[in-house]
Write a protein of this length. Structure first.
Length: 269
């Protein structure tokens, strides 16, 4: 603020100020032309009985979403597949199945397409991504031994995962990744029509059973699944490599599995 030596500047008279403003506006009009301030529409006053959705107890509904917009028209959905071969081609082109790890290979599944027993793990690892087949690393070697211990060969069963592409750093599949992958896995199960499913690991079990229950509450019993399929839960072979003490529990689980398999199929070892 400037110092006026204690003297106040004289205030302009109202008439003088009005004249100055009018002259300024005339100059602006000559330079830029006439202009108008748009009129605002009349807004009715708020009623005393009208409040926000929270105040009135009403929920504000979002517009309905067309689920067909999620999937491009050029991409066939899994329900269109009439065979595993067709489903494989659909999965090969499905961006929805990919994770945020670039340039991964589709790991579709392997085994007997008419198997009565289907094994479902969590997601491909590095070796599975390289070879395009589930359970081919150290965990896969242990799984082969577990199957052999109950008189199964790898080619007798069908093996797949919740995810069909490897996630970064072998992390657990994210909820949104599972949700995007499930329709493809469900169609795969429908085409194979197994009598039994063995869930390998917590993520597989919680995803297929739609639960957050821990492993200890899911093991040692059969769970009803879709279309009369029975589902059993046990530890993932990779978890057994880290925690050998769980092998005894796994042995009990797979013995239970073999017994139920023989009952359902009428086979004997």
């Amino acid at each position: 603020m400037e110092n006026n030596g204690g003297r106040e500047e004289p205030k302009p008279e109202p008439d003088s100020l009005f004249h100055t403003v009018r002259e300024f506006l005339k100059q602006e009009e000559q330079t830029y032309g006439r202009f108008q301030i748009p009129e605002l529409p009349d807004v009715p006053p708020l009623s005393s009985t009208t409040g926000t959705p929270a105040e009135s107890g009403e929920e504000k509904s979002l517009p309905a979403t067309d689920t067909n917009m999620i999937q491009e028209d050029s991409e066939a959905g899994p329900a269109a597949a009439k065979s595993l071969e067709e489903l494989f081609e659909i999965c090969l082109a499905a961006d929805a199945l990919r994770t945020d790890l670039a340039d991964t290979r589709l790991v579709f599944g392997t085994g007997n397409p008419n198997a009565d027993l289907m094994l479902i793990g969590e997601a491909p690892g590095l070796q599975e991504d390289r070879q395009g087949e589930p359970f081919v690393g150290k965990a896969g070697q242990l799984l082969n031994k577990i199957l052999a211990a109950i008189s199964f060969r790898r080619e007798d069963v069908y093996i797949a995962n919740i995810l069909k592409h490897r996630p970064p750093n072998n992390r657990d599949p994210l909820p949104e990744e599972r949700d995007r992958s499930l329709p493809y896995l469900y169609r795969q199960i429908e085409l194979i029509q197994p009598k039994l499913i063995l869930c390998l690991g917590r993520v597989s079990a919680q995803t297929l059973l739609n639960t957050s229950e821990p492993m200890k509450n899911l093991r040692s019993r059969f769970h009803p699944f879709h279309d009369g399929i029975q589902l059993l839960v046990t530890f993932h072979p990779a978890a057994l490599l880290r925690n050998p003490a769980w092998k005894r529990d796994t042995w009990e689980d797979v013995q239970l599995l073999r017994k139920r398999y023989d009952e359902l199929t009428g086979s004997s070892r």
